[in-house]
Design a protein around this ligand. Structure first.
Ligand code: SF4
Length: 308
């Protein structure tokens, strides 16, 4: 089936089922094109929870669909390709969090939203890449266990006066970008600001003119007067950058800056997900209840940090 036809069939089914199609900024362009909402993972889950849709089709990876379920337990949440996982989220287990808690009983656990539901359920508060600094600052404890991303943790550590125990996880896609590649591009395009995601390794982040989340990258490149940029995050974002800033030029910081898991979902999977109601995310009610608390605390603390 031609991809336009697939897109039309998906849109028709979404309407029939009162379903909402969410696409993360790293998804394939043909999926972002027909999504009801595009954005960062947590931003998407919050927006979806405020709609009247019965079903959420989350084109992203598993932990994102889980977050949508945690925030919308009464809705059906579908992950069109069940193999779309996140290696970074899988780098820490609930058991390991329990061990950390026993080892550092006076520390608070701050978990990046890129974690599985059972890990969130054992956390004190969650954070996103855009509010991580303010959340770690706002946590009352002097000692913080930060999971699972060591690169985001190292970035946060520069701005907070706390003891941080940082887990050794990382996003393979962002971690495998090296300073030499960025330096080469900077020499080639000396006028182009380098805008980078904090999941990149510290040596790469050190070269950035701006460090921010994916939505932050889209906003920054829209508002900044430069006409060309070096982009330090996953390839899928190019679709949004070109759409939001037509006429500007974007160069990926690394050749092959692609998350294979984010690219697993194809239009065919989305169509099948809608036709067969698959794969439906099911979480034990106790996990939903416990995992919701650190997400709610993040909102409260983020708001307190902004007003404080
Ligand atoms: S880009 Fe990195 S953090 Fe995001 S889903 Fe892929 S592996 Fe996970």
């Amino acid at each position: 089936m031609a991809y336009r036809e697939l897109q039309d069939r998906i849109r028709r089914l979404l309407k029939e089922k009162n379903a909402l199609l969410l696409a993360h900024n790293y998804q394939r362009a043909e999926i972002q094109e027909i999504a009801d909402l595009t954005g960062d993972s947590y931003e998407l889950s919050v927006k979806a929870s405020k709609t009247q849709a019965d079903t959420i089709v989350f084109c992203g990876v598993r932990f994102m669909a889980e977050s949508a379920k945690i925030l919308s337990p009464g809705k059906t949440v579908l992950l069109p390709n069940p193999r779309a996982g996140c290696p970074m989220a899988d780098m820490i287990t609930a058991q390991q969090v329990e061990q950390l808690r026993a080892q550092y009983p006076d520390a608070s656990v701050v978990s990046y939203v890129n974690t599985n539901a059972d890990v969130k359920a054992l956390s004190d508060v969650c954070c996103t890449s855009s509010n991580a600094v303010s959340i770690v600052r706002a946590v009352p404890a002097r000692k913080v266990i930060f999971i699972p991303d060591k690169n985001l943790g190292s970035y946060v550590r520069k701005f907070v006066d706390k003891e941080m125990i940082i887990w050794d996880g990382y996003c393979p896609t962002h971690h495998h970008v090296y300073p030499a590649e960025v330096q080469r591009l900077k020499e080639q395009y000396p006028d182009a600001p380098f805008v980078c995601h904090p999941e990149c390794r510290p040596e790469v982040v050190a070269l950035a003119d701006k460090v921010t989340s994916t939505s932050g990258i889209i906003k920054f490149t829209q508002e900044d007067p430069h006409r060309r940029f070096i982009i330090g995050t996953e390839e899928g974002i190019l679709y949004q950058l070109r759409k939001n800033s037509p006429g500007k030029e974007f160069h990926l910081a690394s050749y092959g800056f692609i998350c294979p898991n984010m690219k697993r979902t194809r239009l065919e999977d989305v169509l099948l997900a809608l036709e067969k109601n698959q794969e439906e995310i099911k979480l034990p009610p106790a996990i939903i209840e416990k995992a919701r608390l650190p997400l709610e605390r993040m909102i409260e603390m983020g708001a307190a940090a902004l007003s404080g």
